[in-house]
Design a protein. Sequence first.
Length: 439
Amino acid sequence: MEDVIFQPLKFRNLTVKNRLFRSSISGRWDNYNGSGSQARINWETKFARGGIGAIITSFVPVHIRGRIMPNYAMIDHDDKIPFWRAVGNAVHEYDCRFIMQLSHSGRQRDVPGAENLMNRALSSTDTMDSFHGLLCQAMTLQEIKQTIDHFAQGARRAREAGLDGVELHASHGYLFTQFLSSAINDRKDEYGGPLENRARFLLDVIHAIRREVGRDFHLQVKINAVDNNNALYPWEKKGNTLEESIQICKWVEQAGADALHVSIGSMFPHPQLPSGGFPLDEANWWYGNMLSAGVRGYFNYTLFHYKLLRPLFYAFWNRTKKERPLEGVCAEEAREVKKAVSIPVINTGGYQSGALIRKVISEGWCDGVTIARPLIANNDLPHILQRGEEPDRPCSFCNRCLVNALGNPLGCYDVRRYNGDRDAMIREVMTVYDPAPFR
Ligand SMILES: Cc1cc2nc3c(=O)[nH]c(=O)nc-3n(C[C@H](O)[C@H](O)[C@H](O)COP(=O)(O)O)c2cc1C
Ligand code: SF4
């Protein structure tokens, strides 16, 4: 019998050769000013070679004010089109589709970089984020209009670059979440208040993209099925419920999206996603990069740095984790979204074992899964699954890749996966610089 994982997935305007997508993974691959580099091409090609059906890029800012950190390639100007065409072409050689994640940080701008040092981040609100204390200011109607246009132009550029579609990053606490979430959006105008007003910004962007690129370019939306905004600090508001998110998903479908990508969590990282550990022994080295970024930076740094204080952080961070499995962390929410819409649903959150992936697809919980960390650990996971095997050295969900990404090249930093051989680990991480950016 044919393996359900390796049956093609047909969207309205796009067919993917199997049910496995590389979920977005941001790393500091590119040039400080947002132009692209060879390291990015090497990085994306690794996964295409490994057999993944489609790659969703990392967070690609549509404007410099919406960048999370320096060294992220952007799509803010037509001069970026040739670079993205080169990345897309490299990936296409392996019959892998390439979808650009159009993004804006809003207030969740971790390291502003020189260009953003002197301005506050744009958001739906004036209230800083609760984790790092990142400061922001509520966008004016004029700024909202401009940002809608930045997304539409980003989609046009992605299309001109020959990419296979775009994904709007409306999850994990970035700008779209800041509008959608009842815990964050405190506006009094037509973009705040009841759900239909909070959804307006996202729906306006979808309409603007459709006007700009037409109906035949693939457009999907990554969305929180639940915010669980009080998962870290219980005194915060809870945010959007599953029922509210399902209503948003229905509107997103009506507005012309071709697929939904279901996730959870009103900030990133969130105690429930990515699942697994939070390695404070390494976080304390890298969190220094964020010391000056938010007004809670020093508080967090102190919590991470002093071993005696760490149990306090863990008491909050792990409070609601046990409600969630490591693998298929929001699969049940995806199943509920899928029941409510007609467009395909893909799901993120800890997918690694073939058995679970087969189950959620064959039982109709979702149409495909997206994978991030298990592919960092084993770039060729699709080939392993296709042989009917499970990985010998699976991702341990330790999240060392995540905390290292603030300062180091992205890669798997769990030395246990390299039998304790640290040099081998670093050699593997550094393969992304081969071929070298300058020769
Ligand atoms: C280092 C790192 C960077 C990430 N960057 C992004 C990103 O740019 N955009 C996004 O939507 N999600 C991002 N994520 C979240 C993943 O796409 C994914 O939704 C999450 O890690 C759960 O999937 P996994 O368990 O397969 O890793 C990132 C995750 C990691 C670990
Ligand atoms: S560091 Fe490696 S093992 Fe740990 S979560 Fe990241 S990819 Fe998985």
